[in-house]
Ligand binder design. Structure first.
Ligand SMILES: Cc1ncc(COP(=O)(O)O)c(C=O)c1O
Length: 419
């Protein structure tokens, strides 16, 4: 039986998000910018408040009551998150400030130590800048070469046989523009066949669908807390234990050392070897509470809800001849977001018009400039959904597009779906 959120549950969820109760420009807020960052439930907000009011202290250092409680809650969050992604042990979960920092950690530590001239790093056209630029930097430092997996006409990956020169496949599990959900398990198997590793960018997948890093056989898996109901500056690098153990530290400082002498240092155990300095304590504890919240609702229910909202949005948007939607038109094959252009109206003008109606959408290149260039466009508008969005809000999106059409005097460009 398919489990879905019923109307009562949806209302209860919405009640947990104080920000959704407000009006923007005199209109009820409709928040469709979840791929940029999600809103936070009161449980997470209260956790941050509680930390600073009751037990603000540094972790792993003090022996007083506050420090012990802060350490306990911080490590409990690590346990919760490890179980959530089915990591084999909490030590394989390193707290970072987000996806970008986690990818940079692997790029500075593993890649610079292991790649050499002529080795290949395989990425895709649909990567976010944070899964492109660190590899450009690695290529410049080591002489490695960047290669890209091409796109099919429907915005899915045209997966090639992987070249034996490939040492790393770095791929997003879900595109933040096309919405495409990529077959990372198959890519991991193909990478491992030629002795390459795979790094999976889970920034747009972990918030929305159940992820099991062991079932995927991911070598590295990264994601951001702020896109999954957690605080900003929270995030995770998961890595296979043997890999993390073999890697040099990314940053030096307190916590990552076992001993420091007059001339050198030895490194701490996992995961602390990669958590130099005072970490993001409140944020990581808050992320643990966000994970509790997602698990209480149920990731399968969340995915089903978003699939239904996305399918409805795709259906309603396609009623308009002026729309061009990017990525697969089948909600099964995509996450809960839709990027589009609408007639000859610039996406920034559209986003400004939507804002006046209290609707937050995103416009621009969404930190995926190479993808937009590849598609021959400068920018798209993007509506991205989460567990608290409703069909009525999708109706408002469509009604606002129709209003924009009249306002801008847009001319029909003919139906042109997909690429
Ligand atoms: C697919 C993808 N990867 C990476 C990132 C970067 O995440 P952060 O800015 O939280 O580090 C984003 C953010 O939008 C994203 O959508």
């Amino acid at each position: 039986m398919i489990e879905r959120l019923d109307a009562v549950e949806l209302e209860e969820i919405r009640d947990d998000f104080p920000i959704l109760q407000q009006r923007v420009h005199g209109k009820p807020l409709i928040y469709f910018d979840n791929a940029a960052t999600s809103q936070k439930p009161r449980q997470v907000i209260e956790t941050l408040n509680d930390y600073y009011r009751r037990y603000n202290a540094n972790v792993h250092r003090g022996i007083h009551a506050l420090a012990e409680r802060a350490t306990r809650e911080y490590e409990l969050a690590r346990h919760t998150i490890a179980k959530f992604i089915n990591a084999p042990a909490p030590e394989t979960v390193v707290f970072t400030r987000g996806t970008t920092e986690a990818i940079n950690l692997v790029a500075y530590s593993w890649a610079r130590a292991n790649l050499k001239q002529g080795d290949e790093i395989l990425i895709t056209w649909m990567e976010h800048h944070s899964n492109i630029v660190p590899w450009y930097q690695v290529a410049a430092a080591t002489g490695a070469v960047i290669k890209r997996i091409d796109l099919n006409a429907d915005g899915t990956l045209a997966i090639p046989a992987i070249n034996p020169r490939t040492k790393l496949v770095a791929v997003t599990q879900c595109s933040n523009v096309l919405g495409t959900i990529n077959p990372v398990k198959e890519l991991a198997a193909a990478a491992h066949k030629v002795g390459a590793l795979i790094l999976v960018d889970g920034a747009q997948s972990v918030p929305h669908l159940a992820v099991d890093v062991q079932a995927l056989d991911a070598d590295f898996f990264v994601f951001s807390g702020h896109k999954m109901l957690g605080p900003t500056a929270s995030g995770v690098l998961y890595g296979k234990r043997a890999l993390l153990e073999g890697m040099p530290p990314f940053m030096g400082g307190g916590e990552m050392i076992r001993e420091v002498s007059a001339t050198g240092f030895t490194t701490n155990d996992l995961p602390y070897k990669f958590e130099a300095g005072t970490p993001n304590i409140a944020e990581s504890i808050g992320l643990g509470i966000a994970v509790d919240y997602l698990q209480k609702v149920g990731l399968d229910k969340i995915r089903q809800h978003e699939k239904e909202i996305t399918a409805y949005a795709l259906e309603r948007l396609q009623e308009m001849i002026e729309i061009k939607i990017y990525g697969p038109l089948d909600a099964e094959k995509r996450g809960g977001l839709v990027a589009f252009t609408f007639s000859d109206i610039h996406p920034h003008d559209l986003a400004t018009f939507f804002d006046q109606e209290g609707i937050a959408i995103r416009a621009g290149h969404h930190c995926a400039m190479p993808l937009h260039k590849h598609l021959g466009i400068g920018a798209t508008a993007r509506a991205s959904f989460y567990l608290y969005n409703t069909r009525a809000e999708v109706d408002a999106l469509v009604a606002t597009l129709q209003k924009a059409k009249k306002f801008f005097g847009a001319c029909p460009t003919g139906r042109a779906l997909g690429f």
